[in-house]
Write a protein that binds this ligand. Structure first.
Ligand code: FES
Length: 82
């Protein structure tokens, strides 16, 4: 699965680099590093919606370093072939 994290200026200011770091830790913690292609992205077009992620065709909004584990477990992890 491809997982993009917006690092456009609005998302950057809201902590997208910390979100990427946390996601890297989570991929290791849940042993799914080989199943997720994590990348930074230019603006995904939802600047007013907090840090935005895109997994395949699904957009995830209002992600931050504090809630990223919840978002990962609810929205990303169930889609993986563990
Ligand atoms: S800067 Fe992230 S959606 Fe625009």
């Amino acid at each position: 699965m491809k997982l993009l994290v917006c690092v456009g200026s609005s998302c950057y200011l809201k902590g997208s680099y910390d979100v990427i770091q946390k996601l890297q830790e989570l991929l290791k913690k849940y042993e799914v590093e080989d199943q997720v292609d994590l990348n930074a992205s230019f603006c995904l077009g939802f600047c007013a919606s907090g840090v935005t992620l895109k997994s395949d065709e699904v957009f995830l909004h209002h992600v931050n370093p504090e809630n990223v584990e919840d978002v990962f477990l609810k929205e990303v992890y169930p889609l993986l072939n563990k």
